[in-house]
Design a protein around this ligand. Structure first.
Ligand SMILES: N=c1c2ncn([C@@H]3O[C@H](COP(=O)(O)OP(=O)(O)OP(=O)(O)O)[C@@H](O)[C@H]3O)c2ncn1[C@@H]1O[C@H](COP(=O)(O)O)[C@@H](O)[C@H]1O
Length: 113
């Protein structure tokens, strides 16, 4: 079982690899091949992985759900790099929300519209 620090380290380590893959040869790297195909290809993969996650849950297969969520996280992390963002930005946003009721947070969103 990985603790909280190790989870963040894992995301940071994968982020580093994904940053390096921007300059890699698409023929030898899946990440590089997806970067080279562009935003629409990355978004298509995210849509597919989200759908596969939903299907695994509907099938009542928790292990498959974990597998598909890993695919989904991986592709969203690749999107963050493509957008010039990082998993730390997402962790910071979740930390900002921590302790605030989701109902209150949603009301605050609507006030800002
Ligand atoms: N964590 C992952 C990871 N998770 C999923 N995938 C790839 O994401 C794809 C998932 O797509 P699908 O499930 O649709 O499978 P598929 O049908 O074979 O894929 P497509 O042909 O549709 O693209 C597969 O090719 C997986 O191998 C990943 N590829 C890479 N990583 C990490 O990224 C690092 C860099 O990888 P490369 O860029 O390939 O060196 C690796 O060392 C890993 O740490």
């Amino acid at each position: 079982m990985v603790d909280k620090t190790e989870s963040n380290d894992m995301l940071a380590a994968l982020h580093e690899v994904l940053l390096q893959r921007r300059d890699a040869d698409p023929s030898s790297s899946y990440a590089a091949s997806l970067y080279s195909k562009g935003l629409d290809a990355i978004l298509k993969k995210i849509g597919e992985e989200a759908t596969e996650t939903v299907m695994a849950a509907k099938d009542g297969d928790p292990k498959k759900v974990v597998y598909e969520v890993a695919d989904l996280w991986f592709h969203t992390m690749l999107l963050l790099v493509q957008q010039g963002e990082s998993p730390q930005s997402v962790i910071d946003e979740l930390a900002r929300r921590m302790g605030t009721s989701g109902i209150d947070e949603k009301n605050a969103r609507n006030q800002n519209k």
